[in-house]
Design a protein around this ligand. Structure first.
Ligand code: SF4
Ligand code: SF4
Length: 545
């Protein structure tokens, strides 16, 4: 079987087996909730598999017997051993993601791009209150909204998400740290087995004791916004003087407390030159990930649309980031889905150069260029896959993770990459309203439903809006015919905010340059009529609080 699999498309083989109606029906019945064991049968069976649970009802024990051969087949198809698979499944959060994958196969089949049985990550804007006044805030945050969920309602919402199989819950805002019951909500989500994250401006995390409290409550991941290398840039974006110093202290405290720390920066024309330095700075501070957020003209960001990067500027910035990603310790991610295209193009170009030079002189001892990385080395080492151990691994950037895919796993790129709205990702408002992504404006046609009033699972399985977003073949030109539509697909929030159409092209991509030129012309005309010099709007002095 192993030999056969190495010469055929492993995804194809896997697809043909697990898409068989009998297998899907079996997987479907395993996805059901077990009242006796208090979890889905799949989750119980996987717990039994890795030994984290000893007892279970007879049906769940039977489920294990059915599941093991399917898992064993899948691991062989993708080139890993049962032992390696078991090791990974030991990780609780990995296991919860796997349950979602299996559920997705049972319900929807092996689709391209893939749709799991629940979003892996939900970002919950838990309050509209905020202690800053950021000019690009997608939530137009400031004061608490009247209809925010109460503590009891929010706890119930957490239970709904946990029961549905959401693996990661990220509290956002507004500013989540100003919500008085946030520790209680973090604790509850953590107790319900979710990986708990928080997106914050870190002003209140300048207090080390507070960071320890969050950690003790179960917080594991913190995303901290930093817009520039100095107070002038950061504070002018954030609208409050002194924000920069507190944010830096907050980052240091979170690193010291050994939280998983991500620094997030929104790339605009006003800070683009500082971004390479920001990556280096975050790296030096011991931060784990650097995330470049795409500017999306929504919320207060709609008032500063001229801050958006041109496709050329975005392309250049993403190339620089890819180089940083290959040369620095820190992981670099971006919500610009074009990052995946740039990664693939850069790697393909580098490999072509390597192959040509190798053909000319197999023992050539010289400088190698690989993935933007320049190193001395031997082509023969590269060929044997030993050079730096990673040369033949393809990294497929996504918003939330940069998986290293080697061997047969590379073929999964089309299944996991691209805009995650409505597939891997979803957002919730302070009142429980659900949207495909935080950058979607709060307009009725873009609302999926409400966390407390509607049935989460039925919406996930049948929302028309979600199915439109999941089908990359529905996209309009140029994204429609683009070879990268499965690994990129353009940012649907940018498309909507510019064209009021979720299937429109993302005008920030170099391949959609003609759309950007038309938009720029339109924008210029509007700005001339309104006489609003954008640089004044952006860089005006921040206020002291
Ligand atoms: S044309 Fe669309 S799908 Fe293709 S790389 Fe650009 S944004 Fe992505
Ligand atoms: S719409 Fe898609 S690409 Fe854009 S920010 Fe949301 S998840 Fe990311």
């Amino acid at each position: 079987m192993g030999e056969q699999l190495s010469v055929v498309n492993p995804v194809g083989v896997f697809k043909s087996v697990v898409e068989n109606p009998v297998t899907r029906a079996v997987l479907g019945s395993l996805s059901a909730y077990c009242q006796k064991d208090g979890d889905s049968r799949l989750a119980v069976a996987l717990d039994l598999f890795v030994g984290s649970r000893q007892r279970a009802c007879l049906t769940c024990r039977m489920a294990l017997k059915v599941l093991v051969p399917i898992l064993s087949f899948a691991s062989k198809a993708f080139g890993s051993s049962n032992k390696q698979l078991k090791e990974q499944i030991r990780d609780h959060y990995w296991r919860s993601g796997l349950v979602s994958v299996i559920k997705g196969i049972a319900w929807f089949g092996v689709r391209r791009p893939f749709v799991p049985g629940a979003p892996f990550q939900v970002v919950w804007g838990i309050t509209k209150a905020c202690n800053l006044k950021c000019k690009h805030c997608y939530e137009s945050a400031g004061i608490r909204a009247r209809n925010e969920l109460t503590t009891q309602e929010a706890l119930k919402g957490i239970d709904i998400l946990a029961d549905a199989g959401v693996s990661i819950l990220a509290f956002s805002g507004g500013e989540p740290t100003v919500r008085p019951d946030i520790l209680k909500l973090i604790r509850h989500a953590s107790n319900r087995g979710m990986y708990v994250a928080m997106a914050t401006n870190a002003i209140l995390l300048a207090n080390l004791e507070r960071v320890s409290e969050y950690k003790q409550a179960g917080l594991q991941f913190v995303q901290i916004s930093l817009d520039g290398m100095n107070p002038k840039t950061h504070d002018s974006f954030r609208g409050v003087l002194g924000a920069f110093d507190k944010t830096i202290q907050g980052i240091k405290n979170c690193v010291a407390e050994e939280l998983f720390v991500e620094v997030a920066t929104i790339g605009t024309r006003f800070n683009q030159r500082e971004i390479p330095q920001l990556v280096d700075f975050a790296d030096e501070l011991g931060v784990d990930w650097f995330m470049l957020y795409n500017f999306v003209p929504t919320g207060r960001g709609a008032e500063i649309v001229e801050a958006d990067l041109t496709p050329e500027q975005r392309e250049e910035m993403l190339k620089v980031l890819w180089h940083k990603m290959k040369t620095k310790r820190i992981q670099v991610l971006s919500t610009a889905p074009q990052f995946a295209r740039i990664a693939q193009e850069t790697e393909a170009a580098a490999k072509a150069i390597v192959r040509r030079l190798q053909a000319e002189d197999p023992e050539h001892e010289d400088i190698m260029h690989f993935g933007g990385l320049t190193q001395p080395g031997k082509w023969s080492n590269l060929q044997s896959n030993s050079y730096k151990g990673e040369c033949y691994q393809d990294v497929v950037p996504t918003h939330f993770y940069n998986p290293n895919l080697s061997g047969n796993l590379k073929r999964l790129a089309d299944f996991i990459g691209g805009c995650g709205a409505g597939r891997f990702y979803m957002s919730i408002e302070p009142n429980g309203d659900m949207y495909p992504c935080v950058f979607f404006p709060h307009e009725e046609p873009l609302k999926i439903g409400n966390l407390l009033r509607d049935d989460f699972e039925s919406l996930w399985r049948s929302s028309k809006l979600l199915w439109t977003l999941r089908n990359k073949d529905l996209l309009k030109p140029s994204c429609h015919s683009c070879e990268y539509r499965y690994t990129c697909g353009g940012c649907r929030a940018r498309a909507y905010n510019y064209y009021k159409d979720i299937l429109a092209p993302d005008p920030g991509c170099i391949k959609n340059r003609r759309h950007w030129i038309a938009l720029e012309k339109e924008l210029k005309e509007n700005l001339e009529t309104e006489k609003t010099p954008i640089s004044d709007v952006i860089l005006e002095g921040a206020v002291r609080q």
